[in-house]
Structures are given as C-alpha cells and as structure tokens.
Design a protein around this ligand. Structure first.
Ligand SMILES: [Zn+2]
Length: 160
C-alpha cells in the first residue's frame, strides 16, 4: 500500500494510449491497490492507471462512497442519451469544466478476481466511467469541456 505521485496535465504520459493488461499479475494488483490509496488520499471519485504513470488499460471508480469498481481492459459496448454536467480531474488540479457525456452506458471489464463482467451505468456513474475510460485513450476532459474555470469550494476547509 502506497500513495503514488499523480501525473498532472502537461505531461505527455497523459496523452498516450494505454496497452491492454495481458494478465492480472501481483504487480498489476499492487498497482491497483496503490491507485485506490492514491485516489482516496486525493479525494477523487476515480483514477486511471496513466495518472500514476502506468500505461495499462485499467482504472478504478468510486462514484458513491464505498462503491468501488476495478475496471481492467474496459470496453464501452453501448452509449445512450446525453447529460451535461461539471467534472474535475486529479490530473488537472483546482479546475472544473462542463462536459457532455452519454446518460447511459454499457461497459464490459475484468474485475480484480479476473472475472469478465458487463455493467450498466447511468447519470453520474456513467459520467465517471466515461471520464476514466478516456484517460486510457489519452483524452482529458479538458479536451471536451466548455466553461473551464477555477474550482470554488463551499467550505474553505476543503481547500488544500
Ligand atoms: Zn481524470
């Protein structure tokens, strides 16, 4: 268990396409565990492998507290509808922007136990999954966002 350094926008690592995970080795599991700790530490709802400098197709999402998804080699099978909402990213500190995303997605991925599963997500869950999936393609939400602006916190204690 370790906190890793989060790669920030401007580093070309975030612009590369990630490679498939061929096998869930102890090293892959360790990376995912570290990603989880790093995400929690940073207060994010998701983190993708390239954000800790690992160019593999995997991410973690926690769209609701304690509802954690380990998504290895994810494939988006279907998208439906659209929603518009604000997003932020651990790799783009202190900023938010408005992004259009599908309102529903069907996504297939391998979980930590190696099982391939199909999930359906809506609303905020779908947004988080699409955002993290984009990281694996070298896409940042800032590429799609309008109204990029500084994040303003309601409570000063949230600021770091
Ligand atoms: Zn992000």
């Amino acid at each position: 268990m370790a906190i890793r350094t989060i790669v920030v926008d401007g580093d070309e690592i975030l612009r590369k396409k990630c490679r498939e995970v061929k096998e869930i080795t102890p090293r892959i599991v360790e990376t995912l565990e570290d990603m989880f700790d790093t995400m929690r530490e940073a207060g994010g709802v998701g983190i993708a492998a390239p954000q800790v400098g690992v160019m593999r197709r995997m991410f973690i999402a926690e769209p609701e507290p304690e509802e954690v998804y380990y998504m290895i080699n994810p494939v988006i099978l279907e998208t439906e509808g659209s929603q518009v909402g604000d997003e932020g990213c651990l790799s783009v500190p202190e900023m938010i922007g408005t992004v259009e995303r599908p309102s529903k997605i069907k996504i297939e991925a391998t979980d930590l136990s190696g099982e391939r599963k199909v999930y359906e997500f809506e609303d905020f869950h779908a947004r988080v999954m699409c955002h993290e999936y984009d990281h694996l393609e070298g896409i940042l939400y800032t590429d799609k966002a309008t109204n990029m602006r500084e994040a303003v916190y309601d409570n000063e204690e949230d600021e770091e």
